[in-house]
Write a protein that binds this ligand. Structure first.
Ligand code: 1HN
Length: 345
């Protein structure tokens, strides 16, 4: 490979003259924007232990009232990007959000797509475009780009959820903004009941929908049952995994990030394919281990970790008699749409 000239090789007066004209020589920086053979991600393998973050999140509940926070969130930031960037990866933002009994996080909409994976507590809900979506452990609630959403809590214990947004990408595109509004009127009916189970729909009420986002809530009980039935039906199948999709089109549930639930059988060790998009793994149930490049993280329930694109990832179930259930989020819809999706193997 050619050894390219460095910035310091150029006379200072020449460099200053370039700067004056808003000009930059490419060759000193060419290798850093186009490294040989494989990207050099800033995203690092990181593990956020729920046991460590939970007390800090609850302390935020005492330190900062909801009306001083709007959204009371501790961001799971990847030090590879700099903590102040609030990024888990190049396109993914992660945060743990706390809502205390009786609190309300006001209605707004914004351009980044968001998703909630409920971590603990009962009795809270997100209202998305007028649909009240109850929150329980493992439920997934979409608030796609432009949808009105607000959170309320009628229960008696703290509720915590994991927010996953494509905020870093949308912000990078200089397309990120939000709009506030008054509380929404709640409309009757729950979208997920319209798509009550694969292959059947309620009649005569069911109507095909041409909404971009026809289903907002994916109850964990249904997802877990689907994984267990796949595992029972296909005892030799390595990947016991489902993708959260738009039930009308079969496409990914959102445009930029992809969402999946994965079951590891007792003692299973599962190497993931090496792929270009970064991936986030959140352990919903069980005891697991994630080996990412040369780092090994012991995962307990509600722990979250992230792996850069092009990294080797192996997930293991530490239990000899119970399955482990993961929620995964990745950047593959984005990579596929942009034509940069790759597997290496
Ligand atoms: C947001 O709207 C929520 O609605 C949570 O709960 C986290 C992080 C950045 C920008 C908007 C929410 C967010 C957010």
């Amino acid at each position: 490979m050619l050894e390219l000239g460095r910035l310091e090789d150029l006379p200072v007066a020449y460099r200053d003259a370039l700067t004056q004209q808003n000009l930059v020589p490419l060759w000193p920086s060419l290798r850093s924007v186009l490294p040989p053979n494989i990207p050099q991600p800033k995203t690092r393998p990181v593990h956020w232990a729920y046991k460590a973050l939970r007390p800090l999140l609850l302390e935020a509940g005492e330190l900062t009232p909801i009306d001083k926070a709007e959204r009371r969130v501790l961001v799971l930031a990847n030090p590879g990007h700099g903590l102040e960037k609030m990024q888990a990866s190049s396109a993914m933002y992660l945060g743990m959000q706390l809502l205390m009994p009786g609190e309300w996080a006001p209605a707004h909409r914004h351009t980044p797509n968001a998703l909630r994976m409920i971590v603990e507590g009962d009795g809270a809900y997100t209202t998305v475009n007028g649909e009240k979506c109850p929150m329980s452990r493992g439920d997934l609630i979409l608030t796609p780009t432009g949808t009105w959403h607000e959170h309320g809590h009628d229960g008696d214990k703290p509720v915590v959820w994991l927010d996953v947004l494509d905020l870093p990408l949308v912000h990078y595109l200089e397309a990120s903004y939000h709009v506030d509004r008054d509380p929404q009127a709640i409309q009757p009916g729950n979208g997920e009941r319209q798509y009550c189970s694969g292959g059947i729909v309620p009649t005569p009420a069911f109507q095909r929908s041409d909404k971009a986002y026809p289903m907002m809530r994916y109850p964990w009980a249904d997802t877990k049952a689907a994984l267990q039935s796949i595992a029972a039906d296909q005892p030799d199948q390595e990947f016991v995994q489902v993708t959260y999709i738009n039930p009308e089109t079969g496409a990914d549930a959102q445009n930029i990030l992809g969402f999946y639930a994965l079951m590891l059988r007792p003692r299973q060790v599962l190497p993931l394919p090496v792929r270009s998009p970064a991936v986030v793994m959140h352990l919903i149930e069980g005891a697991a281990e994630a080996r990412i490049q040369d780092e090994t993280f012991t995962l307990e329930e509600a722990d979250t970790c992230c792996a850069p694109g092009f990294s080797t990832v192996t997930l293991s179930n530490r239990s000899v008699d119970k399955p482990a259930f993961f929620f995964l989020a990745d950047e593959s819809p984005l990579h596929r749409k942009l034509g940069v999706y790759e597997t290496r193997g």
